[in-house]
Write a protein that binds this ligand. Structure first.
Ligand SMILES: [Ca+2]
Length: 335
């Protein structure tokens, strides 16, 4: 009897210690998660402050997106290691150098206007998306198929007159939605799209704003790949230019934006001034042809908040998109 009881006791003891560890972990997770939410609310407050300054709209750059700094402040002062109770949070994002693969953490926000809105694609401008897919290293024909399918997916047109053999009924794995993309993941349902292509495309596309407005890219904040895609969509006989003119125009814009130190996300970053870019005639022809598709107002701001429970070393990452006009959360997701 004693032997059986002691076995039971040992067994129960082990169960209890496992339960206790699990409970501790769950508490840590929930603390990290709450800290990430606190980080999001904190970022929304920064956006509110920024928007109260009427000049704020139009001042966004990659370095200062959706926020205003006090004299002598840097984004790290606002967003790095903010302490709250016995935890902390960051508002940050990670970039990767396409050439070296080197990753770098930056503190601050980004904007959706630096991405290509797949809800603003039409039969006239679908080649912005196909150019993006081509720039990312995939075949032109495939890129075109996907981009046309993206237009078909959203427009209410039943007949896909413009798409080569891509009819809405027979060739898609899924029936066309004929309504706005609510998530970029819907791209995975398109003809020609693969998980590999999607994994590269997803960081350069957005579904905001979700309305019939035109495609508008903020060239002060967009990454080079997005500017190249936009510029390449205008290269050709209409502007009497080549793809290489589009690529060199994008490179000059990025180089100008970086300022004297040659680095993005530093305090000397500049907003684009057309006649200071040093564009040649062909590059200028493309630049001017983009005037209907560019904006310098960023209304949708992307927040990535990282909550950290220090005791157990648990991180929780929350990504959200905030509409600057009413500060509503139009999208959020746990990483
Ligand atoms: Ca700089």
């Amino acid at each position: 009897m004693m032997v059986i009881l002691s076995f039971l006791a040992v067994g129960l003891g082990r169960r209890t210690s496992i339960d206790l560890a699990l409970t501790k972990f769950a508490v840590g997770q929930s603390r990290a998660s709450n800290l990430a939410w606190a980080g999001l609310m904190y970022a929304i407050d920064q956006i509110k402050k920024d928007s109260e300054d009427s000049a704020a709209a139009g001042l966004d750059t990659a370095y200062l997106c959706g926020i205003t700094l006090e004299e002598g402040q840097v984004p790290e002062d606002i967003f790095k290691e903010v302490r709250l109770g016995d935890g902390r949070f960051d508002v940050s994002f990670v970039t990767q150098d396409p050439l070296t693969g080197l990753k770098k953490t930056h503190y601050g926000l980004r904007d959706e206007e630096g991405r290509i809105n797949i809800n603003a694609l039409s039969r006239q401008n679908y080649n912005v998306l196909s150019s993006l897919i081509s720039v990312l290293g995939f075949e032109d024909v495939l890129a075109e198929t996907i981009a046309m399918a993206a237009v078909d997916w959203r427009d209410s047109d039943a007949a896909a007159t413009n798409a080569p053999s891509a009819t809405e009924e027979s060739e898609y794995s899924y029936r066309c939605k004929n309504f706005f993309f609510e998530s970029p993941e819907e791209l995975l349902l398109l003809k020609g799209m693969t998980p590999e292509i999607y994994s590269k495309v997803k960081n350069y596309v957005t579904v905001f704003p979700q309305d019939d407005s035109r495609l508008m890219i903020n060239m002060n904040t967009a990454p080079e790949i997005v500017i190249r895609a936009l510029a390449r969509s205008k290269a050709g006989f209409q502007t009497n230019t080549e793809l290489s003119d589009a690529d060199s125009m994008a490179a000059k814009i990025i180089s100008y934006r970086r300022g004297e130190d040659g680095q993005e996300y530093t305090s000397d970053d500049r907003k684009i001034i057309a006649n200071e870019l040093g564009l040649n005639q062909k590059e200028m022809a493309i630049f001017l042809s983009l005037s209907g598709s560019v904006t310098d107002v960023s209304n949708y701001l992307r927040v990535r908040a990282v909550g950290k429970d220090e005791g157990l070393g648990i991180d929780s990452v929350l990504e959200a998109v905030i509409d600057r006009n009413d500060l509503s959360i139009v999208f959020w997701q746990k990483e």
